[in-house]
Ligand binder design. Structure first.
Ligand code: NDP
Length: 277
């Protein structure tokens, strides 16, 4: 069966919209876009549209490609000190001369709606985070939606980036699963995938995992988004060869992608509530 991220995300947005109507003021998300990378501009536009849909106020700050680290940090400081700003997001990747880690560390952790700040990641590891990274948290919402009890499940997490693989592995561990985390150096990856009750993949290689790798009845979460030469968007798993083997699978597009933005909205509301309670 398909885990319909589009549908679940729609439900989340409706729920947030209903809650926002009860608030004294609209939660405010500020997105900083540095330079003019077209893909980043599309992501930022999608985030702005999602904010409008749920009744948030959202501000986009576009800074020149040539901005210095110091000036970018000054912008963040100003937003940290602005009581009417609930969430701050700096769209990644940044131009090469800027240090993304220092930028993330300078966002007030209570406004870090991406959940990438080391304090928020540290709290995630201790299973007490308030702001959790959006894509991994979105995946957890999807698993909850299909009523899977994760306790004792064998999970293979393929990919170990700071923004997806690692925090998703920790989320799954926090939920009681036994997690094997794989990266580009992993030996015998196929067998590690084949023994898993749940396989989550965030690598960035089109359709690298096919039906031969998957245990009958496994749950397959595909985080990958890859654009093929013919323009098609595909995940990191080969949907067609897996769909009849897996008990549940997330499609691409329409799976994890929409959950990431819905979770960003959730985090903005959480940040608003935490700062205004
Ligand atoms: P990164 O490139 O940052 O990380 C990729 C990870 O995959 C690394 O840990 C790398 O290992 C590992 N890897 C690379 N090749 C292999 C291999 N052959 N076998 C096993 N592991 C391998 O990517 P991201 O995590 O940022 O993104 C992954 C995918 O998810 C991309 O397609 C991206 O577009 C998508 N994405 C989707 C989102 C959504 O909302 N749906 C959000 C964010 C990302 P090593 O650590 O050794 O280098």
């Amino acid at each position: 069966m398909i885990i319909d991220g589009k549908q679940i995300a729609k439900k989340i947005r409706k729920n947030i919209h209903d809650k926002v109507k009860q608030l004294d003021r609209a939660p405010n998300l500020v997105v900083i876009l540095v330079g003019n990378d077209p893909a980043s501009a599309v992501y930022v536009r999608n985030k702005e549209n999602a904010c409008i849909e749920v009744g948030f106020s959202s501000e986009k700050i576009v800074l020149p490609e040539s901005i210095t680290q110091e000036d970018l940090l000054a912008n963040i400081k100003r937003l940290n000190n602005d009581d009417l700003v609930d969430g701050i997001l700096v769209q990644l990747p940044l131009p090469k001369h800027l240090d993304p880690n220092q930028v993330i560390e300078n966002i007030n952790y209570a406004k870090d709606v991406d959940g990438f700040n080391s304090r928020n990641i540290g709290e995630l590891i201790q299973n007490r985070a308030i702001l959790r990274p959006c894509t991994p948290k979105g995946v957890m919402t999807m698993l909850k939606e299909i009523n899977i009890d994760l306790a004792g499940k064998d999970v293979t997490m393929v990919g170990a980036s700071n923004i997806v693989g690692r925090p998703l592995a920790i989320e799954l561990l926090n939920a009681g699963a036994t997690v094997t985390i794989c990266n580009s150096k992993t030996k015998d990856l196929k067998n590690k995938v084949k023994r898993a009750d749940i396989v989550a993949v965030a690598v960035g290689r089109a359709e690298m995992i096919n039906g031969d790798w998957i245990k009958d009845g496994a749950i397959v979460i595909d985080v990958g988004i890859n654009r093929l030469d013919d323009g098609r968007l595909v995940g990191d798993v080969d949907f067609n060869s897996i769909k009849d083997k897996a008990s549940w699978i997330t499609p691409v597009p329409g799976g994890v992608g929409p959950m990431t933005i819905a979770t960003l909205l959730e985090n903005t509301l959480i940040a608003y509530n935490a700062r205004n309670s």
